[in-house]
Design a binder for this molecule. Structure first.
Ligand code: SF4
Length: 267
């Protein structure tokens, strides 16, 4: 992993994501290296042609810039993060996300974290001081071998589930993002996953796998290398005429209803 250091001109960016006013991305690139990642278009910012997940730039002045911007901008809801994971491995060393949280707390912003790393627990002391906060974990499968194939740099699934439990018991509102649902991989063991999540998240968000931003070659590489027999069915499920995601929607709705888990299926 190549870790560079850059200086940013701005850090409190307007967000087009529903319900969010701002997004803060303390890093450019992401060491979690998810094969399906939609943020890989960020390579155009100084890393054209490089493999997604092979580089990270730490915005070393992020906290200083945020302190200036937060003092001037209207209060609002801030997503950490939208095109990187704020708790990826580089955060252990740079602590930029922690610094940004301190500034956002000081200035009365609401914070929404979405991560795949249990490093977020390091900042529990700060998170519990926010008036409004929510922490979400992405969980694409109960099976950690799927995580190793598709999200090689991110925390193992058991660590994410444990972190949700700790957060929930600490009184932090939590949710799980089941997305992207990977055909025939994410739905394997789905009932067991929902049984675990039922008492540790307040809600679920579910999304399908979208082919965009040039992610298909990496997805094909992972499927071909790990699940070659599944490849034809996997690709077929992604076609517009396939009933796969419609059927999955019905199944997820029913399983969540049985377990009284509020769910929002966003595809
Ligand atoms: S954690 Fe998020 S931003 Fe990072 S590689 Fe995975 S999908 Fe992309």
């Amino acid at each position: 992993m190549e870790i560079g250091e850059i200086r940013c001109k701005g850090i409190l960016g307007r967000s087009g994501i529903g319900g969010m006013d701002y997004a803060v991305n303390p890093y450019l690139g992401c060491g979690h290296a998810c094969a399906y990642c939609y943020a890989r278009f960020m390579r155009r910012m100084g890393h054209p042609g490089e493999a997604w997940g092979s580089f990270v730039d730490a915005k070393v002045n992020a906290v200083e810039r945020l302190r200036e911007e937060a003092a001037k901008r209207p209060r609002g809801r801030v997503l950490l993060s939208s095109v990187t994971d704020a708790y990826q491995p580089a955060e252990r060393r740079y602590r930029l996300t922690r610094g940004c949280l301190e500034v956002l707390l000081e200035h009365g912003f609401r914070v929404d974290v979405l991560t795949k790393s249990d490093l977020v627990l390091r900042d529990l002391d700060l998170l519990r001081r926010f008036d409004e906060v929510e922490v979400g974990f992405t969980v694409t499968s109960l099976d950690d071998s799927v995580r190793r194939a598709f999200e090689p740099g991110a925390s193992p699934i058991p660590a994410r589930l444990d972190a949700l439990k700790v957060l929930s018991e600490a009184g932090i509102p939590t949710y799980a993002f089941l997305g992207p649902m990977l055909p025939y991989l994410s739905d394997e063991g789905l009932e067991g996953l929902l049984n675990v999540l039922a008492d540790r998240v307040g809600r679920l968000l579910v999304d399908r796998l979208n082919i965009k931003c040039g992610n298909m070659p990496d997805i094909r590489r992972v499927i071909g290398g790990n699940y070659p027999d599944l490849a034809p069915m996997f690709e077929s499920a992604l076609k517009a005429e396939s009933p796969y995601y419609k059927t999955l929607r019905g199944r997820v709705s029913e399983l969540c209803r049985e377990r009284s888990i509020p769910v929002d299926i966003v595809y």
